[in-house]
Design a binder for this molecule. Sequence first.
Ligand SMILES: [Zn+2]
Length: 349
Amino acid sequence: MNKILTVFVIALVMLSCRDKSEATNFENKIPVYAWTAGPGEATDAELVAKFKNFKEHGIDGIMYNGGQDPETYKRVGKFVKDAGMEFHTWIPTMRQDPNDKLTPELFGVNRLNESAFDKPAYASYYTFLCPNKEQVFNYLAKMYSKVADVEYVDAIHLDYIRFPDVILAPGLWEKYNLVMDKEYPKYDYCYGDKCVADFKEKYGIDIKEVEDPTQVQEWKQFRYDLITKLVNRLAEVVHNKGKKINAAVFPGPTIAKNLVRQEWNKWNLDSFFPMNYNDFYLEDAAWVGEMVKEEVASVNGKKPIYSGLFITPFPGEKADRPDPEDHGLSPDEMVEAIENGDIQHAGQL
Ligand SMILES: [Zn+2]
């Protein structure tokens, strides 16, 4: 599972597909964004050279993961802006490492009553918070707020803004030796006391007494709404700073709802970056276009949708590599994915 994070980093090129009304804002160029992380031990000169290189390759904006310290974004953001690109800070939301402010009771609890604090699903880093705790909102609001205060920051880019995968993308089942044909208790969150009590109060159902909670539609909706409310509150905080806010989301949102409980078309964000990683879903390049069509329709064409593309780090070697996380679009498939996404569903350039 560790590679899922890595894969995201190498999914470099983004394609913009949006409603015609947005087209005039982009001066006829498809805006292309890239995710990258750092700075590690990089010197200022190395960072300047890195971002100059991105710009020369046609990148218009950087999603930068540099931890939670605003000082890092202050240093790096200047170089990104000087290179002539947008600077978005890419900081995970619900997945957080425990620290002295994020104490055990703030983490999610699965249907086996195990806490993500000490018994996370899938992998040790899958320490997801409960979205229904005020201290969690306060922590995130304060953290994003401080980053949004940095003058070079154009936008806050949310990631892991969701529940843990209750169903893993089908392209990963074999690799992780899982068959996720339904919602299994180990991966099904959040059954913490507050979530159970709040759901009972709102819908009159004690979810712990229900024989098969996976069939209760209200329980699904309750959890979509928890994430939606959290996002919309964070959006208010960031907008009050005069900055934009967007998110990396799962495809759809049908797939996003079913796999990670993201009803993202209801979120008050400025744009969306769905991770339309076709190989994770055992689909071909043309599928990217189908997803973009659903995504644009889901926001009634009113918000920009930037399709995330999963690009192979090993062009020409797909057949020799059994690991689906080594796959991804080859250069010729990229052309197909981009043309499909743009021509069919995004209007004219
Ligand atoms: Zn909870």
